[in-house]
Design a protein around this ligand. Structure first.
Ligand code: 6CS
Length: 282
């Protein structure tokens, strides 16, 4: 083989070898990178009690509170949150705009294929907010599909939107709602017949709305109980694994329950299942 060809071959092998080790190196350094950065950029939705941003800009909610505590234990001082629509969270993570999603993004096989989830953190069933007396008799997503006049509001790219479409509700009767306050207003104005979110989110909204003309149907018949985890970019499994080690310690010590149960979540529910179970094809 001519020397020139040999050198070209050797050079390309060297480049391949370097690129082959690069992902592992990048993965190992992600935690170091966050320690340097001083904070982890988290995606949230501002949907209490899962996630919340106060008038003063303070970030709270069960998911960010757990994440903040774990990152602190890992040497990452704080979290910096950006509000995102559920459907935009995974693309944002994959594009490097977030270091983690800590928003109550429920584990489902198709999401598990796109991100590296931690072990379960927040579990909840689904709920409907609707007019008092439930005039259309809606207790399931199929009931909405079966009533040609019924419309449902749900977060864009969220679980409730998908459940409605999968139950057969036509696209033009599934209305994307940007946030909780808008959903309640649309319900009060009669622009939607049902607003669907997880039970604790709907309860929080109705407690704040104090509207005697609204009521809650929970749980939605036929809808599973979902659990979220913190979601990390594929390739950042070392960071995810380090997060999981601290999460497991906090579950064991009772500190996990101390953070999430005042928000209404059950530590036992999260501890009774696993990422493996929740990500398995249903
Ligand atoms: O994971 C989801 O898609 C759902 N999670 C929450 C906490 N609220 C609504 C959203 O659709």
């Amino acid at each position: 083989m001519k020397m020139r060809h040999y050198l070209t071959m050797a050079a390309s092998v060297a480049v391949l070898a370097a690129s082959w080790t690069a992902p592992a190196a990048a993965d190992e350094n992600k935690l170091e990178e966050l320690k340097e950065q001083g904070f982890a950029r988290i995606a949230i939705a501002n949907e209490p009690p899962f996630t919340a941003v106060g008038a003063d800009g303070k970030v709270s909610g069960a998911a960010p509170d757990v994440a903040r505590e774990i990152f602190k234990r890992l040497g990452v001082e704080d979290v910096a949150a950006s509000i995102s629509e559920y459907g935009a969270m995974i693309p944002g993570l994959q594009a490097g705009r977030h270091d983690a999603i800590t928003a109550g993004l429920f584990m489902k096989p198709e999401r598990c294929a796109a991100v590296a989830y931690s072990e379960p953190i927040l579990c909840d069933a689904e709920a409907f907010a609707l007019k008092k007396g439930n005039p259309l008799g809606l207790t399931s997503y199929k009931d909405i599909a079966d009533n040609p006049d019924a419309t449902i509001g749900a977060p864009g790219g969220g679980t409730e939107e998908k459940l409605a479409l999968e139950a057969g509700v036509p696209r033009d009767r599934v209305i994307v709602v940007p946030d909780g306050q808008s959903g309640i207003k649309m319900l009060q104005d009669g622009r939607i017949d049902v607003y669907s979110l997880p039970v604790l989110s709907i309860n929080d909204l109705l407690a704040k709305a104090q509207d005697p003309n609204l009521e809650v149907v929970a749980p939605v018949i036929g809808a599973p109980v979902y659990c979220d985890g913190a979601a990390f970019k594929k390739g950042d499994e070392s960071l995810r694994d380090a997060f999981d080690v601290e999460l497991a310690k906090m579950k064991e010590s009772g500190e996990f329950a101390k953070i999430i149960e005042p928000y209404g979540f059950s530590a036992a529910a999260a501890m009774s299942t696993s990422r493996e179970k929740l990500c398995a094809p249903q």
